[in-house]
Design a binder for this molecule. Structure first.
Ligand code: HEC
Ligand code: HEC
Length: 390
């Protein structure tokens, strides 16, 4: 009994009030004993008294008040005991769900207080991106009610995972108005804030289960050959129409781009601007696989499996690209597999092709970096866009 009370970690008196000792009459291996142990693990000893008021506790009391005829012993279970066992399992899973909901609601309430204090100035009281500090910022602070998150590990259109939000809050989005809060909040507080952000998303999004993260290939050390392959892909997939042939973010379509709120948005300048999602090859590959929801930057997961005949020829780019670029395209196209060859590949070979092309493109994007060296130091264009993180 004493052993059990200590493992419950809450006042034995309260236990008696629930007639739990009745449950413990049976041997330590009985189903009730295991059930009670499970309940104990769900109870936070500090908030036990508060939990009395919560629906989870109604179930606890209901279970403790089971008539003695429901009591089971480990030995000799018949058909009836099997039914009772299923019933108890059912109650246990409902109890677990209620306890989980309870924990989430508490985290959201704590997160709401932190949000009002530290985020509402930019993101607005209701998280709609319309706080008093939002007007001068470009891009504007995110409207959380729209459910459009850019820096995720989930596929296009989905909400981010908890770790994605935590990463953004911790590291900020360098090059934008979104500060890094790593030094200001504990990891518990960052988790509470992230839980609160979910509660602001549109209800139909909140209820859908979160998809698994996309699979990002492990980076390999870059070499000259893979970077030049990346350049050909950059030309063929027309990244340059937005990001520019020199990576300056001033391609022919750049001037007309709009974000989800209809406000102008600039493609990233790969030479000088910090990358908001991170500067490792894995980060760039992730941005390419997920796309950036709410911006014109699409996802390139499937596009990476392009076949030779789908690329057209260098002549289709004539007049839009300089001659040297057309020559590079001409040399690259014959090295691509045909549609028939790609369709004949198994899953592993297809993944290998996609990973290789992603890696090549990421290495090429990163090769534009001009943020180091004497000339950049002397003539840097926008010191306010310096990265805050390595
Ligand atoms: C000084 C203004 C400012 C403050 C304060 C601020 N933010 Fe932001 N936040 C921004 C801006 C601007 C953006 C959009 C940046 C972009 O799109 O590049 C943003 C974007 C975000 C995003 C979107 C990430 C994505 O994947 O799209 C999250 C999440 C976020 N902020 C959370 C928070 C939280 C939580 C707080 C408070 C702890 C906070 N922000 C405080 C300005 C701010
Ligand atoms: C239709 C225009 C458009 C095209 C085409 C496009 N992008 Fe983008 N891209 C954007 C915009 C706009 C942003 C900036 C989003 C922001 O700042 O929130 C961006 C951002 C990025 C980022 C930065 C992500 C970060 O972490 O900050 C990378 C990397 C990127 N693009 C790579 C590519 C590559 C590689 C291609 C071609 C396969 C490509 N883009 C094609 C518009 C485009």
């Amino acid at each position: 009994m004493e052993q059990f009370a200590s493992s419950l970690q809450c006042a034995p008196l309260s236990m008696r009030a629930f007639r739990l000792p009745m449950v413990m009459r049976t041997s330590s291996r009985s189903l009730e004993y295991r059930l009670a142990m499970k309940l104990a693990s769900l109870m936070n000893p500090v908030s036990f008294d508060r939990m009395l008021l919560r629906p989870a506790c109604v179930i606890v009391i209901g279970m403790a008040c089971l008539p003695p005829s429901c009591s089971l012993s480990a030995a000799g279970e018949g058909e009836q005991s099997e039914t009772i066992r299923t019933d108890l399992d059912d109650r246990l899973s409902r109890l677990e769900a209620a306890a989980e909901r309870d924990r989430r609601e508490q985290a959201q309430r704590r997160g709401a207080v932190l949000f009002a204090r530290s985020c509402a100035a930019c993101h607005g009281r209701q998280g709609r991106g319309d706080g008093p500090g939002s007007m001068d910022l470009s891009p504007r602070p995110r409207n959380f009610a729209a459910g459009q998150f850019r820096f995720r590990t989930t596929p296009t259109g989905a909400l981010p995972r908890l770790e994605d939000l935590e990463r953004t809050i911790r590291r900020g989005l360098p090059g934008s108005g979104m500060p890094a809060f790593d030094d200001l909040f504990s990891s518990g507080e960052i988790a509470d804030l992230s839980a609160y952000l979910y509660s602001l998303a549109p209800p139909e999004w909140r209820e859908a289960p979160l998809p698994e993260p996309v699979r990002v290939p492990a980076a390999v050390p870059p070499g000259a050959e893979i970077v030049s392959e990346g350049r050909s892909i950059f030309l063929l997939l027309e990244c340059w129409t937005c990001h520019g042939l020199n990576g300056s973010g001033r391609g022919p379509s750049a001037g007309s781009l709009r974000d989800e709120a209809g406000l102008p948005i600039r493609p990233t300048d790969f030479r000088h601007a910090p990358l908001k999602g991170g500067r490792r090859p894995e980060d760039v590959m992730r941005a390419l696989l997920t796309g950036l929801n709410g911006t014109p930057m699409p996802s390139y997961g499937e596009a990476m499996l392009f076949a030779r005949e789908e690329l057209g020829s260098a002549s289709s780019f004539a007049g839009r690209l300089p001659d040297a670029a057309l020559k590079e395209i001409d040399a690259f196209i014959p090295s691509c597999p045909t549609r028939e060859q790609i369709d004949g590949m198994d899953e592993t070979q297809r993944n290998h092709l996609r990973d290789h092309r992603l890696e090549a493109l990421a290495d090429y994007v990163l090769s534009f970096d001009r943020r180091k060296g004497f000339w950049y130091w002397l003539f840097r264009e926008r010191p306010e866009n310096e990265p805050r993180l390595p």
